[in-house]
Write a new protein. Structure first.
Length: 130
């Protein structure tokens, strides 16, 4: 499979961003958290990892979240809420202070690992890229 063009990647970003904004109903804290998370994902991931089928599945999921307040909407809402709290936590002094013992620092730095693992498994099982 060849690497996607820059235009294809840009189109995927714009589609995901637009549908995700509709899913969170353009609410102020959610749209900024979403924007930051999506930007970071597209900056970290190489274009070789581009998979149109996963993007289409994700768009369909986001359409369902925007269409009605069912399971998809609650999942998106919970994801945004957790990402927002994670960002605040990583900026807080509890996370950055160096005067704690090793076990406490390790515990704080790995607090969101189970959440990230669950999200990874959701993506794998549904063929998505949230």
């Amino acid at each position: 499979m060849s690497s996607p063009s820059k235009a294809e990647v840009l189109l995927a970003y714009r589609q995901l961003y637009t549908h995700a904004l509709r899913a969170v109903q353009y609410s102020a804290p959610a749209r900024y958290t979403l924007r930051d998370h999506l930007r970071l994902a597209f900056r970290r991931t190489s274009p070789a990892a581009y998979d149109r089928q996963k993007i289409d599945n994700t768009l369909e999921f986001l359409r369902g979240a925007a269409r009605e307040k069912g399971l998809e909407h609650r999942i998106v809402k919970s994801l945004i809420h957790t990402w927002w709290h994670e960002r605040l936590f990583k900026q807080s002094s509890r996370y950055t202070v160096d005067q704690k013992d090793r076990n406490e620092v390790k515990c704080l730095r790995t607090a969101y690992d189970p959440f990230n693992h669950t999200l990874h498994m959701l993506n794998e099982s549904m063929g998505m890229c949230i």
